[in-house]
Design a protein. Structure first.
Length: 485
């Protein structure tokens, strides 16, 4: 391996360099200054950094090459996910300008960790080398472990951070051990090389390989919150600061699916009929357990956590097919899911009081009469999550289930449709509380900061545009998955 790296290769990682530079700057600001003004400056710098990174990312669309001795990859697939992560970062940072300042956690280190977390996500989805993927996973995970526990006076937040750290460490161990088992059976640690190796039908230790493949599924199953690796999700989502819950529900899930799709749709397609049967069971359990458990939740954040589990099951429906040409449906779904969830969690933030990280269903009672704009926005997000046209949630489910039907997984598509019907109940229940139930006791005043309204409007416009004109985004997703060939 050539140890010398041409300086010209660094221009291809400008988004990562920008995030790193802004993150370090924010750490310095956090160490030297405190207070509301410093918090707002840090938030503004985070937004500027994310938008600047997004510009450089979009300029690389259509580029396909390996750099740094094939340890890193610049391709349309990675660029699609980078753009999605940077949009998530910009929206969460915009929400945090008010929310993190209100909860007194909005120092420079808060925004630096947001940027480092996205940096890890970008590295994780922009490589076909196991070592680089693992490094990206660790950078992302370490940032989020800290972010979950920033509400130090809230015991639920501290518990969420500790629980996520302990269970995440176990899951990371499974993932790393799985990678080592695959390396031990084949002598290869690069996903693209594994593809060529299997196509040449080279001999390898089948038992060790199967164990390694199973351990990979366990590790990624934790990150995407699939059953039975979902136990951490409701407690962590409920206890973490709500802005971080939105960040985790969208960014972490997209990063995990991004790496999972790249690995399995590149290297392990020859063994599709082996792992697809396992994923079939996981998808059904994930959809069903997530939706049924969400039915009895009275805390909105816990309800959305179980909803997140169910949506992971919907995405797995398309993953099972192993159809690389139809993998675009998963990318479209992840993009639509991003705007649905960030919008919904923003509405939850609006209804929370300072120092109160809870989100009881009763706090939404009578919201339609008291704050019609907030109720309307929340209703749109819930309807999109339920899959009601013409919103993007409907088109996402349509493309995912269509992929299953085309691959003749008819029962899986039927089970997914029935789960969507069940899910409609708990989404519509929140709307019923907002419009048809009188508030109990003294109603909490909503925090109507303009940042929240702007984020919710952006999410609504994105959901409407993606739902009415899905072709633009589907074409982008199809170009992104074109690398799988």
């Amino acid at each position: 391996m050539d140890a010398l790296i041409p300086a010209s290769e660094f221009r291809w990682i400008m988004p990562e360099i920008i995030l790193t530079g802004f993150g370090l700057l924010l750490l310095i600001i956090g160490a030297l200054t405190k207070g509301p003004v410093a918090s707002k400056i840090s938030g503004a710098l985070c937004i500027v950094g994310s938008l600047l990174g997004l510009v450089f990312t979009m300029n690389m669309w259509g580029t396909n090459l390996d750099i740094f001795n094939a340890l890193y990859t610049i391709d349309t697939y990675g660029t699609f996910f980078k753009g999605l992560f940077l949009i998530i970062l910009a929206l969460v940072a915009l929400v945090s300008v008010r929310y993190a300042d209100r909860e007194e956690i909005g120092g420079g280190e808060y925004y630096a960790l947001l940027m480092f977390g996205v940096l890890g996500m970008m590295v994780m989805t922009s490589s076909h080398h196991f070592v680089t993927i693992f490094i990206g996973l660790e950078v992302m995970s370490l940032s989020i472990y800290i972010l979950c526990g920033l509400l130090r006076r809230d015991i639920a937040s501290v518990e969420a951070a500790l629980k996520y750290f302990l269970l995440g460490a176990f899951a990371t161990g499974f993932l790393l051990y799985g990678m080592s088992m695959i390396y031990g059976s084949t002598g290869i640690i690069d996903v693209a090389e594994l593809k060529r190796y299997f196509l040449m039908k080279q001999p390898f230790s089948a038992t060790m390989f199967i164990i390694g493949l199973g351990l990979l599924l366990v590790g990624f199953g934790f990150k995407i919150a699939s059953v039975p690796f979902h136990m951490w999700t409701p407690d962590v989502y409920q206890g973490a600061p709500t802005s971080i819950t939105a960040y985790m529900a969208t960014g972490v899930k997209a990063a995990a699916f991004g790496a999972l799709i790249r690995i399995f749709f590149t290297a392990f397609i020859p063994f599709h009929f082996g792992w697809s049967e396992i994923i079939w069971i996981l998808a059904v359990l994930t959809m069903t357990v997530g939706n049924i458990t969400a039915l009895v939740q009275r805390d909105i954040k816990r309800m959305l956590a179980y909803s997140s589990i169910a949506h992971a099951g919907y995405i797995l429906v398309a993953f099972i097919t192993g159809d690389r040409a139809q993998a675009s449906s998963m990318l479209y779904y992840l993009a639509a899911y991003t705007f649905m969830n960030i919008g919904a969690f923003t509405a939850v933030i609006v209804m929370q009081k300072k120092g109160d990280n809870g989100s009881d269903l009763d706090s939404f009672a009578g919201l339609g009469a008291r704050y019609p704009f907030i109720a309307l926005c929340m209703s749109i997000f819930l309807l999109s999550l339920a899959g009601v046209p013409p919103l993007a949630g409907f088109m996402g489910k349509f493309y995912v289930f269509s992929t299953a039907v085309k691959a003749q997984y008819y029962w899986l598509a039927i089970i997914g449709f029935l789960n969507s019907v069940v899910a409609a109940y708990y989404y519509l229940r929140v709307m019923m509380y907002m419009y048809f139930k009188e508030p109990v006791g003294e109603s909490a005043a909503a925090d109507r900061a303009p940042q929240y309204g702007l984020v919710m409007l952006i999410c609504i416009l994105a959901l409407l545009y993606m739902g009415i004109f899905p072709k633009v985004f589907i074409v982008m997703a199809q170009k992104a998955v074109g690398i799988f060939g």
